[in-house]
Design a protein around this ligand. Structure first.
Ligand SMILES: N[C@@H](CCC(=O)N[C@@H](CS)C(=O)NCC(=O)O)C(=O)O
Length: 218
């Protein structure tokens, strides 16, 4: 029986991509279980009742861990170095809040729009749902710019790279490839532009394109 944790994932998923990159940042080995996004194996729902990736199966444990940010917390608890949350409680709380906000805004609007483009709209969606979702992305950049100005970069918490930055890594990699028109304007948002570029330059960015060797589908 393998002692390596197994991460359920698919290559284009931003939340699974973030978890893959978190393992790379920590230098922790992980087996990727690649699923087909529209033909999910029944086992996924047993591990995560809402049938989403990522979910982490741990050897010798009867529980699995769902939610990308919680998988990051498990990594921090079990592999404290390098630390990916600030040591100071106030800074840590601020960084956790930003990690959540990036998930709920930049990632949700950009990738949900891409998913509807690739796999089709839901019956209840308005005709212009993709334009609406993608139209919201531009509204998030001024907020990022203000947050990045607080510690004078290069990262949200200054010199320390944290999970808050990592939350944006999937968007940093996919925006130029998939929707360059949604990128921030370099003059209006120079800090955000430099931050996205710095994210793409991290070695862990390669994990965004990683797909599991083991492929499961329904
Ligand atoms: N908040 C969750 C979001 C997970 C999520 O939405 N995963 C997507 C792939 S990126 C998914 O599996 N969606 C399937 C669905 O919504 O049915 C996390 O951070 O892990």
């Amino acid at each position: 029986m393998s002692t390596t944790p197994r991460l359920w994932t698919f290559r284009s998923s931003p939340f699974a991509g973030k978890a893959r990159a978190a393992f790379a940042e920590k230098g922790v080995a992980v087996e990727l279980v690649e699923i087909h996004p529209t033909k999910r194996p029944a086992r996924l729902k047993e591990l995560n009742p809402v049938n989403r990736v990522p979910v982490l199966e741990l050897p010798d444990e009867e529980v699995a861990i769902r939610e990308s940010l919680i998988i990051c917390e498990w990594l921090e608890d079990t592999h404290p170095n390098p630390p990916l949350w600030p040591a100071d409680p106030a800074q840590r709380g601020w960084a956790r809040g930003w990690a959540r906000l990036i998930d709920d805004t930049v990632i949700a609007d950009f990738f949900l729009g891409m998913r509807k483009l690739a796999f089709g709209k839901d019956p209840e969606d308005p005709d212009d749902v993709v334009e609406r979702l993608h139209g919201r992305v531009a509204r998030h950049w001024p907020r990022m710019e203000t947050a990045l100005a607080l510690h004078e970069g290069p990262w949200l918490c200054g010199e320390q790279f944290t999970f808050a930055d990592l939350a944006a890594l999937p968007a940093a990699v996919r925006l130029p490839e998939w929707a360059p028109q949604l990128q921030p304007d370099a003059e209006a948002a120079p800090l955000t532009t430099a931050w996205l570029e710095a994210l793409r330059a991290r070695p862990s960015a390669a994990a965004i394109d990683e797909a599991g060797a083991e492929r499961l589908s329904a």
